[in-house]
Design a protein around this ligand. Structure first.
Ligand SMILES: NC(=O)c1ccc[n+]([C@@H]2O[C@H](COP(=O)([O-])OP(=O)(O)OC[C@H]3O[C@@H](n4cnc5c(N)ncnc54)[C@H](O)[C@@H]3O)[C@@H](O)[C@H]2O)c1
Length: 282
């Protein structure tokens, strides 16, 4: 099936980036969220980001206008029934995604693929909620979506080869690089990254080094573009904690125990950059 119209569920940080890259690559996009203000904010962000790409001569002014025109914001979920492919990028809570997947299964045409941009929720579990588990898959973009090249493509236990091929080809059409992984807590990216961030937090908690010192070690010694504590602040400490809990619960190994300092900071409302305070002040 030729994919012409893509549905994006959730117009937050990732949803707006995903809508941006599909529209930029010529796909019509139906962007759905639960409140008008979220859609307005998303279109605002997309317009600014496209304008920045024009200013940097990555796209032309005509492409900028055309991409924006391809995005149709909707509050009526049934409009997703017109889409040839749907990707969900709603809040990272299982109950929210479960409700969405059950409903998408009802609304969407029977032969289309349903993808999730989840960072850590089981694709196998989401697929099992639908009548089409072979057509459910993870399509994990990275933030900021218009810039980052990787798409982690996650096969659930029941995901078919043809579903995998659809998402692989879409990622390539978006000028991204798909990397195939199997469904497991945290997939590859967060399975490996989050314990690094968590361990950096233990180092700070135990007084091994200050946060800036830990970050310097990684920037200068390992050529990381930013240190693990800065990265944790950017991701959001609440998000880091949620993912550590998914790893701990899903893999049952004490090495994934969330750092007590992380738990304390989240309890204090220190969520990183978005709250103005984390390992650094913003
Ligand atoms: N932020 C990141 O760096 C990042 C990276 C990769 C993957 N992800 C994943 O992407 C997904 C979205 O994350 P985000 O950072 O964009 O979150 P966000 O909070 O910025 O946006 C989530 C959006 O989902 C909407 N939403 C909530 N319930 C909904 C529903 N029932 N129907 C439709 N929309 C609904 C919210 O209104 C909000 O606009 C999560 O699964 C997250 O794990 C995030």
């Amino acid at each position: 099936m030729q994919i012409k119209r893509v549905g994006v569920v959730g117009a937050g940080t990732m949803g707006n980036g995903i809508a941006h890259v599909f529209a930029r690559s010529g796909y019509a996009v139906t962007l759905y969220d639960v409140e008008q203000r979220f859609l307005d904010r998303a279109l605002d962000v997309i317009a600014k980001n496209l304008a920045r790409e024009t200013a940097k001569a990555k796209i032309t002014a005509e492409q900028e206008v055309a991409a924006l025109e391809r995005i149709m914001p909707v509050l009526d979920r049934s409009r997703l029934g017109e889409c040839d492919f749907i990707i969900e990028a709603a809040t990272e809570k299982f109950e929210i995604k479960a409700e969405i997947f059950r409903d998408l299964d009802r609304i969407a045409q029977a032969d289309i693929v349903l993808a999730s941009n989840t960072s850590s929720i089981s694709i196998t579990k989401l697929g099992a909620l639908t009548q089409r588990p072979a057509q459910v898959i993870g399509m994990h973009f990275f933030n900021p979506v218009p810039v980052m090249k990787l798409v982690e493509v996650i096969r659930g236990l029941a995901t078919s080869q043809s579903t995998y091929n659809v998402v692989r080809d879409l990622a390539i059409a978006l000028d991204k690089t798909p990397v195939e992984v199997n469904d497991a807590p945290g997939f590859v990216s967060n399975r490996v990254l989050m314990p690094l961030l968590n361990e950096a937090m233990y180092a700070v908690m135990e007084g091994v080094a200050t946060a800036p010192a830990v970050d310097e070690v990684f920037k200068l010694g390992m050529a990381h573009p930013m240190g693990p504590l800065t990265l944790a602040d950017f991701i959001g400490l609440d998000v880091c904690l949620d993912i550590m809990r998914v790893l701990y619960a899903g893999l049952g190994d004490p090495k994934y125990r969330p750092c007590p300092l992380l738990i304390k900071m989240v309890d204090a409302g220190w969520l990183g950059k978005k709250s103005g305070r984390g390992f650094y002040q913003y």
